[in-house]
Design a protein around this ligand. Structure first.
Ligand SMILES: *Cc1c(COP(=O)(O)O)cnc(C)c1O
Length: 449
């Protein structure tokens, strides 16, 4: 066998099956894929393999093209019961938020255009008034995410100065977000205060120097310190700050506009509470308990927010039009007192045990398989560590649960389940109502396989 047995690129290009590939994928990409197929055939022949025939080469090329273009960012069905699942894209958007995103995405918009005056405007106006009203703060700014909000605030307010942080709060959130590192990036010097389990107000008092610019408080989003432990309250820190003319930057992590305690959960810090306590600068995420698109939100004193807004780094981490549209629509739900009905993460948190049991029972009946059993859902997204909500799970007792879960991940859309006690579990809490049909057909197909 020799390389001469291989067809030429031109020959493959003029084959009738190739026309179909060109029609689907365009000529330049098809040509690249054909060349790759021929190249790997050549390598194969040099290693003693038989040369592929023309049909093999073209079907290999089709697979290559499919592989190049298949999207990897896909919608999935979240059957895990983790409501704010960072790996699965955090908060699903409400209908109005989705429509707002889609409308600004499809065309031109007033992103930076002052409509009444017909002149250049500011992208900051679209969400700020909603945040100001909701949080009761003087001013607000939206950036790319909360990590960016903190980096920006530290850079603007504490570059080449010291920032006091309790050793109980030197946290890693996950995904590489660590307080000491973000501090280094901002050019601020981290001044650790107190001990791992106990930090007192007097530790802060004693740490203040002429070079102190800021006190940082970080919410223990994803862990708990139990036992012999204490740290100053926000009010106390604000008191120290006021005495020395230092702002307190309060990183709430998730931040919430509703009280999670009314749903049988622990109390996640609320944005309004920090403002009321006298917080001068508060940051939180748009896509955790706020339930909107990825964003970092800063609220607080106008003078501080304006200083941050005007810094060149603010331009580098600004929010885009789709984020602003989705966030404005999401925040409107809170103002209209419809958040627990309209915002998916709150609807999931508020779902009653009865509702969940009925859905799991309905699935069991439709499938004619599985068992409904009590379980626990979690909020996730680095909020309310150790806190769970009672739910009902559809539990499938299958021979190889991990392999079965793998088959579910190959469904269209992929179904993400949880394997516990050798069973595959689906939690109805995080399955969106309009996904139920596809969930059941995916489960049926996996059970029949
Ligand atoms: C999640 C979290 C962050 C990071 O927020 P992103 O929006 O993911 O950038 C920062 N701080 C705390 C305390 C968090 O919980």
């Amino acid at each position: 066998m020799s390389l001469r047995d291989l067809p030429s690129v031109d020959r493959l290009l003029s084959a009738s099956e190739t026309e179909e590939l060109i029609a689907s994928y365009g000529r330049p990409l098809t040509l690249q894929a054909l060349r790759e197929s021929l190249e790997s055939a050549r390598l194969g022949i040099q290693q003693g393999q038989d040369p592929p025939d023309e049909a093999d080469l073209i079907s290999g090329t089709r697979a290559t093209l499919q592989g190049w273009l298949i999207p990897s960012l896909l919608p999935v069905i979240n059957g895990t019961g983790v409501i704010i699942h960072t790996n699965l894209g955090r908060a699903p958007l409400s209908g109005p938020a989705r429509r707002a995103v889609s409308e600004v995405a499809a065309g031109y918009s007033t992103l930076e255009y002052d409509l009444p005056r017909g002149v250049r405007g500011s992208r900051d106006v679209h969400v700020e008034h909603l945040l100001v009203r909701l949080a009761g703060a003087e001013s607000a700014l939206v950036v790319n995410n909360n990590a960016a909000a903190i980096l920006l605030a530290l850079t603007v307010l504490a570059h080449e100065k010291e920032v006091l942080v309790s050793r109980t709060q030197l946290i890693e959130i996950g995904g590489g977000f660590r307080i000491p590192q973000i501090m280094e990036q901002s050019g601020a010097t981290l001044r650790e205060v107190g001990t791992t389990n106990r930090t007192h107000l007097r530790d802060f008092e004693e740490a203040v120097t002429d070079n102190t610019a800021l006190i940082l408080r970080v919410h223990h989003s994803n862990f708990k310190i139990v036992g012999f432990a204490t740290e100053p309250s926000l009010e106390e820190l604000i008191g120290v700050g006021r005495k020395h003319g230092l702002p307190v930057l309060d990183d709430l992590g998730s931040g919430s506009f509703l009280d999670t305690a009314q749903f049988g959960l622990g109390h996640e810090p609320m944005v309004q509470e920090s403002v009321r306590a006298g917080g001068r600068l508060i940051t939180f995420s748009g896509d955790k308990l706020v339930g909107g698109p990825q964003a970092g939100i800063l609220v607080g004193e106008k003078a501080l927010i304006d200083q941050i807004r005007q810094h060149p780094m603010a331009r580098a981490v600004r929010a885009d039009k789709m984020c602003l549209a989705g966030l404005a629509a999401t925040l409107s739900h809170y103002l209209m007192d419809e958040a627990t009905d309209a915002i998916p993460v709150w609807r999931m948190i508020a779902a009653s045990e009865d509702q969940l049991r009925r859905r799991a029972e309905e699935w069991r009946q439709q499938l004619g398989a599985g068992e409904v059993m009590p379980g626990r859902s979690t909020v996730g997204g680095g909020s309310l560590p150790e806190e769970t909500l009672p739910t009902s799970l559809l539990a499938l007792d299958v021979p190889h649960p991990n392999a079965f879960a793998g088959r579910l991940r190959k469904a269209d859309p992929p179904i993400i389940s949880r394997v516990e006690n050798d069973r595959v579990m689906i939690d109805p809490r995080t399955v969106l109502p309009d996904q139920e049909g596809r969930l059941l057909s995916g489960l049926r197909a996996a059970l029949d396989e």
